[in-house]
Design a protein around this ligand. Sequence first.
Ligand SMILES: Cc1cc2nc3c(=O)[nH]c(=O)nc-3n(C[C@H](O)[C@H](O)[C@H](O)COP(=O)(O)O)c2cc1C
Length: 131
Amino acid sequence: MEPILVLYATHEGQTQRIAEHIAASVRVHGRLANVLNAAHIPDGFSLDAYAAAIVAASVHGGRHEKEIVRFVKDHVKELERIPTAFLSVSLSEAGAEDAMAPPENRARSAADATRMIDEFLAENRLAPVQH
Ligand SMILES: Cc1cc2nc3c(=O)[nH]c(=O)nc-3n(C[C@H](O)[C@H](O)[C@H](O)COP(=O)(O)O)c2cc1C
């Protein structure tokens, strides 16, 4: 069975840890998963051998990593051919999920996280099945 790609970009390492955790979960379900850093894509890389892709990136200064933007630009046609999920890691999302925070703060954080995801998807013409 074709493997699932877990492709990530990170500044401080959290998204790498999340990508490896996702890959481990995929493997528990009996599927192969390859984890790849968007900053080190091998020459001639293609998604043809993959059944699905999970693209993960973190936010700094309101933007996702340039490495992930480059990867999506280079491979958007291939990503359109397989189920793709986009995962955005940010302090805003952490705030949105903070059960101890006041509802208005959570709502503001959720709106920020959603806006950054929407901008990324629109700018890069990526239409994941899930984000
Ligand atoms: C310099 C810096 C800028 C950041 N800017 C944002 C931001 O604009 N919005 C946000 O929600 N989170 C922001 N964060 C939080 C990161 O998205 C968060 O720490 C994330 O876990 C980093 O993931 P990484 O370790 O994979 O790079 C910022 C963090 C740092 C250190």
